[in-house]
Design a binder for this molecule. Structure first.
Ligand code: IFM
Length: 734
C-alpha cells in the first residue's frame, strides 16, 4: 500500500515548520538536506550537511559539521505576485499577497523523493498548480535534482523564475566558509568556498533547464539565473534544476568538478536521473524493509526509521561516520557518539553489512585519536573519544552553552563516559558474528577490539582485593563520576573475555595477523594473564539478598522518586525536579542496567528471576530523558513477555521523531532512536538471535495485534528470509 511508504503534511502546518524540515530531509549517504522550501519562508533553517566537513570557528567550544551553501532556492513570480506560503487561504477574495488554496507535502520514503503540491492564486486572479520535487541521487552522490511543474488552472500568467545558490547560510550564526568564488554564466551558477580553519574546499554548481531567455547575475554570495515565460491556461511547464557538490575530500578541484558534473547531469535529464535513483533505492529496500502485518502505524514508523539510517550511512567513505542527529540538523554539532555503534549500526550489520563495515572502518581509521586520548590520560591502548569528528580526537565540549541564569554547566561525558570504547568493540564483534567477515576482523576489527581491551587493562584499579573502575558515567547520564557503574564493569569483563578468545582465534586462523598484533599491541602473556585476573576479580555490584544488579554502589541510598507518579508529562523528570535535586535521586535518564540486559542477553549469565527483578527495579525509576531509552526498554520488555508494556514503549520510541514528543526534532533526527526501534522489533519482539550452535533463531513476543513480521537478514554471507508470527495460543479445552 502506497500510504505505508509516505510521510505526509496536509494541510500546511506553519507551527511545525522546523520539525518538518528535519523529518522530510532527503539524503544519499554523502550529504543530507533539510526540507526547507524552495521559496523564502520566515523562520526556516536551511541546511545541507556533508559528511566529514567539520570546522572550528574561533570562540566556539568545539568543531562542528559545516552547513553548506543552500542549493534549494527557486523564487517564482506569477503575474508579478511572489509565490510564498505566508499567503492565507482567508485572503481568497482579495488576495493582497496571493492566496494559498491548497497544500500537500509528501516524503516518498521508498524512493527518497520529496514532493509538494500547492495551489496558488495570484493577485491578478490567475490560479497555478505547482508541483515541486527533489531528490539527492543515490546513484550519483554528487547530484541533487529539483523539478517544478507549473500548471495554469485559470488565466494565462506571466511566470518569472529565479534559481539561486545561497552562500550566506551559517551554522546558527557561525560562518565557517571563506575564500568565496561566486560565478554566474549562462544557465550555470556556482559557488566555491573554503572552511576557514580546517581548509576543506567546496564546489557547488547548478544548472537550470527552463523555457525563456536565461539571464545570470551575482548578488553578494548568491549567484542567480533568471528566466521568464508565459504559461497558457491548462498548460504545464516544467523547470528542472541540477545541482552538484564536491569537496576537497573527493577531488583536488571541487569547483571545476561540480561545474562539469552540473552540465552532465542536465544532459542526462531529470527523468533518467530519477529512474537510476529509484532503482538504487529499490535495491536497498529489497534487503532492509521490515514488513509488519496488523499495524499500519508501526509499519510506517519502522520504514521511516530505516529511511533515516539509510540516507545517513556513508556509501563510499570510510573516514566518516553518522552523527547522533544524522545529517538532518545541527544538534550535537554533527558529532559521532556511541549512538552509532550500539543503536544505528546493528540494523545495517544485519541488512546492509557493507554499510556497517564502512562505519566500523571509520573507527579503525581514527584509532590514532583514541590512542592519543589514552596516552593523554595516562593509559595504554585505545580510548575512544565520547564525541568524535573528522580527526578522531576527543571533541566533547567541556562546558555547556550559557544557561538562562548566565551560568555554564561542566560537561563530564568526555572525561568519564568511557564505556564507549567497549561499545565500539561490541559492534565489531557483533558485525563479525553476523557476517563472518574474517578478513575484516583479521585486518582491522581485531586491532580495534584488542587495543581497547589493552586500554581497559591499564584503566582498571586493583583495590580492595578486587578490580574497580572509578569516576564513570554509565548510560544513565544523570549520575556523573560514580564509581563502579555495573554497566561499565560488566561490559569490560565481557570485552576482556572475548578479547582472550579473539587472540586464540587469531593464533589458530590468522597466525600472521596474530603475530603482527601481538607485537604491535604488546599482547604479552603477562598482559593476557592480567586480563584473566580482571575477569575473575572485577567488582560487579550485585545485591544478593534482593537478587538484583546495583546500578552503582550508593544508588539505592539516594531519594526514591516514583517516576510513574509524574505521568502524564512532556518534560523529563529531571527537568521537573531541576538538575541539582534530580542527581541526588534514583531517577534514571535512560536504559542502563536494562541496556546491559539487552546487549548481553544470555551472555550476562543472569537467571530469569534476576532479569525480572532488575526490570521491576529500574523501569519505574527511568524517566526516558534520552531518546535512546524507550527502544532498549521495548527490547527487554518484549523478551520478558511483557507484551503490552513493550508495545507502549515501542510507540514511545516510534513517535520520538514523527510526533516530536521531545520537542527537539528541529535539531535533527534522533538516529539512535531509529536504530533502537528496529532492534527492538528484530531482537526484542521477534527474538532474533544466534543460538549456542551458531544457528539463527527467533523467539517471538509480538504485540497481540501484530499478525506477522517479515524481514531479511544476512547471516554469514547468506540472505535469510524470516516470517515471524505470534505463537499459536492453545485455548484450554472445554
Ligand atoms: O549518546 C547520547 C547519550 O546517551 C544521551 N545524551 C545524548 C547523546 C547523543 O544522542
Amino acid at each position: 500500500m502506497r500510504r505505508l511508504w509516505n510521510i505526509e503534511e496536509f494541510p500546511f502546518h506553519p507551527e511545525k515548520i522546523l520539525h518538518h524540515e528535519t523529518i522530510f530531509s532527503i539524503g544519499n549517504g554523502y550529504l543530507s538536506t533539510r526540507a526547507s522550501f524552495e521559496e523564502d519562508y520566515a523562520g526556516q533553517t536551511p541546511a545541507t550537511l556533508i559528511h566529514g566537513v567539520y570546522n572550528h570557528v574561533p570562540g566556539a567550544l568545539v568543531p562542528e559539521l559545516v552547513n553548506a551553501p543552500n542549493w534549494l532556492p527557486i523564487t517564482i513570480r506569477i503575474d508579478g505576485t511572489l509565490f510564498h506560503l505566508n499567503a492565507k487561504t482567508t485572503d481568497y477574495l482579495y488576495p493582497p499577497r496571493g492566496a494559498l488554496l491548497g497544500y500537500r507535502r509528501t516524503l516518498h520514503i521508498d524512493e527518497g523523493l520529496l514532493r509538494r503540491e500547492v495551489l496558488f492564486r495570484a493577485k491578478t486572479g490567475s490560479v497555478v498548480r505547482l508541483v515541486f520535487e527533489r531528490f539527492a541521487s543515490l546513484s550519483d552522490q554528487h547530484v541533487l535534482a529539483q523539478r517544478v511543474q507549473l500548471f495554469a488552472v485559470d488565466g494565462n500568467p506571466e511566470i518569472v523564475i529565479e534559481s539561486s545558490l545561497d552562500g550566506t547560510v551559517t551554522n546558527a550564526g557561525n560562518q565557517h566558509w571563506g575564500d568565496f568564488q561566486v560565478t554566474a554564466k549562462g544557465s550555470i551558477i556556482s559557488i566555491g568556498a573554503k572552511t576557514q580553519q580546517s581548509g576543506y574546499r567546496l564546489g557547488m554548481a547548478s544548472k537550470l533547464i527552463a523555457p525563456g531567455k536565461h539571464k545570470a547575475k551575482v548578488k553578494g554570495l548568491q549567484p542567480t539565473v533568471m528566466t521568464a515565460f508565459t504559461l497558457k491556461q491548462q498548460e504545464t511547464i516544467t523547470v528542472d534544476k541540477f545541482t552538484t557538490v564536491f569537496t576537497s575530500r573527493d577531488t583536488h578541484e571541487p569547483l571545476t568538478a561540480a561545474q562539469k558534473k552540473a552540465d552532465q547531469a542536465a544532459k542526462k535529464g531529470y527523468d533518467a536521473l530519477l529512474s537510476a535513483h529509484r532503482n538504487e533505492w529499490a535495491k536497498y529496500w529489497r534487503d532492509s524493509d521490515i514488513q509488519i502485518m496488523g499495524d499500519d502505524n508501526a509499519q510506517l514508523s519502522l520504514r521511516f526509521a530505516m529511511y533515516h539510517i539509510l540516507i545517513a550511512a556513508p556509501r563510499h567513505d570510510q573516514q566518516v561516520s553518522i552523527g547522533a542527529k544524522t545529517l538532518s540538523g545541527l544538534g550535537y554539532k554533527g558529532h559521532v557518539f556511541w549512538d552509532t555503534e550500539l543503536f544505528i549500526l546493528p540494523p545495517l550489520t544485519l541488512t546492509q553489512p557493507h554499510l556497517a563495515r564502512n562505519l566500523l572502518m571509520y573507527r579503525y581509521n581514527k584509532l590514532l585519536g583514541a590512542r592519543h586520548k589514552a596516552q593523554a590520560n595516562g593509559y595504554e591502548g585505545a580510548m575512544f573519544p565520547w564525541e568524535s569528528t573528522d580527526t578522531g580526537e576527543e571533541t566533547t565540549p567541556q562546558w555547556s552553552d550559557v544557561q538562562p541564569d548566565g551560568s555554564r554547566i561542566r560537561i563530564w561525558t568526555g572525561d568519564s563516559e568511557q564505556h564507549i570504547s567497549t561499545d565500539i568493540a561490541f559492534a565489531v564483534l557483533q558485525y563479525w558474528r553476523w557476517t563472518g567477515d574474517d578478513e575484516f576482523l583479521r585486518s582491522y576489527g581485531a586491532e580495534i577490539f584488542l587495543d581497547t581491551a589493552v586500554f581497559w587493562g591499564s584503566r582498571v584499579e586493583a583495590k580492595n582485593g578486587r578490580y574497580e573502575i572509578s569516576q564513570q558515567i554509565g548510560p544513565d547520564e544523570y549520575h556523573e563520576n560514580i564509581d563502579n557503574s555495573v554497566f561499565t564493569n560488566r561490559m569490560v569483563v565481557w570485552h576482556l573475555q572475548r578479547a582472550l578468545e579473539m587472540v586464540d582465534w587469531l593464533k589458530a586462523h590468522a597466525p600472521n595477523d596474530h603475530q603482527r598484533l601481538v607485537t604491535a599491541l604488546k599482547l604479552t602473556p603477562e598482559r593476557l594473564n592480567h586480563w584473566r585476573d580482571i575477569i575473575a576479580k572485577m567488582y560487579i555490584p550485585f545485591d544478593h539478598e534482593k537478587q538484583i544488579h546495583i546500578q552503582f554502589p550508593g544508588f539505592f541510598d539516594m531519594e526514591y522518586i516514583p517516576v510513574p507518579l509524574y505521568e502524564p508529562r512532556t518534560a523529563s523528570v529531571q527537568a521537573i525536579l531541576g538538575h541539582k535535586r534530580s542527581i541526588q535521586t534514583q531517577v534514571i535518564k535512560q536504559a542502563d542496567v536494562v541496556m546491559l540486559m539487552a546487549l548481553l542477553g544470555d551472555e550476562l549469565g543472569a537467571s530469569r528471576e534476576v532479569i525480572l527483578n532488575n526490570w521491576n527495579t529500574y523501569y519505574p525509576r527511568t524517566d526516558h530523558g534520552s531518546s535512546l531509552s524507550p527502544s532498549m526498554h521495548t527490547w527487554v520488555a518484549a523478551r520478558l513477555g511483557l507484551s503490552e508494556t513493550a508495545y507502549e514503549l515501542f510507540q514511545h520510541a516510534a513517535e520520538i521523531d514523527l510526533k516530536d514528543n521531545k520537542g527537539n526534532v528541529r535539531d535533527g533526527i534522533h538516529g539512535a532512536a531509529c536504530g533502537g526501534l528496529i532492534q527492538a522489533v528484530l531482537f526484542g519482539m521477534c527474538g532474533l538471535h544466534i543460538d549456542a550452535d551458531g544457528k539463527l533463531k527467533t523467539a517471538p513476543h509480538l504485540p497481540e495485534h501484530w499478525q506477522q513480521v517479515s524481514f531479511h537478514v544476512y547471516y554469514r554471507g547468506r540472505r535469510r528470509a524470516f516470517r515471524v508470527k505470534n505463537p499459536v495460543k492453545v485455548s484450554p479445552s472445554a
